[in-house]
Write a protein that binds this ligand. Structure first.
Ligand code: HEM
Length: 447
């Protein structure tokens, strides 16, 4: 049987501390020393880390049926329950089929309207000369967009409350993502109680949404209606309220946390690279002028689109996927018994010097020729949306949203970062900019 390079702890709990301080950075540095696939001793456990294109293709696509979420997502289960993000077949397959039509590109014009309206509201509310958190602004904007797109609703008076609850969830998940030792979330602790209370606030809003939609005589065609109408092909029964809640929570969170991080990182990278920012702004000026983006004009913004794709190469919000072997499995010629967990950090693949020229550099032009975000088009060197049966269901919506928001912000003004050279990453629910990216927004001169 083949072996992977094995990186053992040389000092007591050294790796554990390094993973806690900066897991993406430590794994990247390890990959640069030993290669893309390795065993890593961390505290009392050995992690299997796979980031080579061949291993990713094998686990996510070729042998996808042998690798499930299993227990690999134990913490997030409290949030997502058995929702599509955390489930395995047969439940996952049924839910994926039910939801797929809501993400069809045919809805793109309606998505554009919702996103544009939320973006303009956000830009209108930015403080004139005062610094604000780009991340918080993007969270509000993307949250409003996703609630409109998927549930044809607004958070209205609850926006503040939902925002505060989300901040607690993010903080607890962030703490747990890097905790040296942690109790399972089933153990009663003050941390768990805070998390439960925050989830409860969002749950209340989601259950409210369900109730009011059920009372509507002519409901809109959106994800919420599709979920409410879905029936089990064997039993003919509809989804339980709990399952519905799990799906709404999954799509609500997955649908705005990720796009927030891409957009915040895009602002950070453009702030650090004025020449790239100028090229992007010039394209927006030339193509859009002062008119709002349309489906037609959006397709003429290759540089904006390349900035988004390059941002997701350097900072993929889902920086790592985890899978558990549902049966005895083999990756390459390495055998892994049922129950083995593998970590698949695409963050490493996207920055591998064997796969990319100057991998640490921000160079949007890499994505001017090959614009696809499909893993196969890049031979599994680039997969911000994952690959195989679980590939992101919202990828088209996400790309549209990121391009619209970035173009509109550049059209309406300039983001000036308070500290462009001290931008750091942090691991929360996904890979984010630490400290929220303080900046000022200078409105463009009227043209
Ligand atoms: C730029 C933004 C986004 C990125 C980078 C992203 C990334 C990903 C990735 C890597 C996966 C695969 C996870 C796995 O294999 O376990 C995934 C799955 C998923 N994403 Fe996204 N996502 C984004 C936006 C969205 C949006 C806007 C939605 C809309 C609701 C969404 C909903 C989902 C769902 C429901 C899944 C689970 C799919 C399944 O297991 O069948 N995502 N996403």
């Amino acid at each position: 049987m083949a072996l992977l390079p094995s990186v053992k702890e040389t000092f007591a709990r050294h790796h554990l501390r390094a993973m806690t301080a900066d897991a993406p950075g430590f794994l990247l540095e390890t990959m640069q020393r030993v290669g893309p696939d390795f065993w890593l001793g961390v505290g009392n456990t050995t992690m299997t880390v796979l980031s080579s294109p061949a291993a990713l293709r094998h686990v996510l696509v070729q042998r996808a049926g042998a690798w499930g979420r299993g227990s690999a997502l134990s913490d997030t289960r409290l949030l997502f329950g058995n929702g599509i993000i955390a489930s395995d077949p047969p439940l996952w397959l049924r839910q994926r089929r039910t939801m797929q039509p809501a993400f069809h590109h045919a809805h793109a014009t309606r998505w554009l309207e919702a996103i544009l309206a939320a973006t303009d509201r956000c830009l209108d509310a930015l403080p004139g000369n005062e610094p604000f958190s780009v991340r918080q602004a993007m969270l509000r904007l993307t949250r409003e967009s996703i609630v409109d797109v998927l549930f044809s609703d607004t958070l209205g008076a609850d926006a503040e409350l939902v925002g505060e609850a989300f901040a607690v969830i993010e903080q607890v998940m962030g703490e747990r993502a890097v905790a040296l030792a942690k109790l399972p979330l089933s153990t009663p602790t003050a941390q768990r109680d805070r998390l439960h209370a925050a989830i409860g606030v969002i749950d209340e809003r989601l259950f409210g949404l369900m109730a009011s939609r059920r009372a509507e005589a002519e409901p809109p065609v959106d994800l919420l209606t599709m979920l409410l109408r879905a029936t089990d092909p064997e039993t003919g029964q509809g989804m339980t309220d709990q399952q519905l809640r799990d799906e709404l929570m999954s799509t609500f969170l997955a649908g705005h946390e990720t796009t927030t991080n891409v957009l915040t990182w895009a602002m950070a990278l453009l702030g650090q690279h004025p020449a790239e920012a100028k090229l992007a702004a010039t394209e927006v000026d030339r193509v859009l002028g002062t008119t709002a983006p349309t489906m037609e004009s959006l397709s003429q913004l290759p540089r904006i689109s390349a900035v988004i794709r390059e941002t997701m190469r350097l900072y993929p919000p889902v920086w790592m996927i985890a899978r558990e072997a549902l049966e005895d499995a083999e990756v390459g010629s390495v055998r892994m018994p049922r129950g083995s967990v593998v970590l698949l950090p695409m963050f490493l693949t996207h920055r591998s010097p064997a796969l990319w020229n100057e991998p640490a550099m921000f160079k949007p032009e890499r994505f001017l020729k090959e614009t696809s975000t499909d893993a196969a088009a890049w031979d599994f060197r680039y997969l911000p949306f994952g690959a195989g049966p679980h590939v992101c269901i919202g990828n088209r919506l996400a790309l549209l949203e990121c391009v619209v928001v970035l173009a509109r912000w550049l059209q309406r003004g300039t983001v000036e970062l308070e500290a462009p050279h001290s931008v750091r990453h942090a691991v929360g629910i996904s890979l984010m900019v630490a400290d929220g990216l303080p900046a000022k927004f200078r409105l463009s001169e009227p043209r």
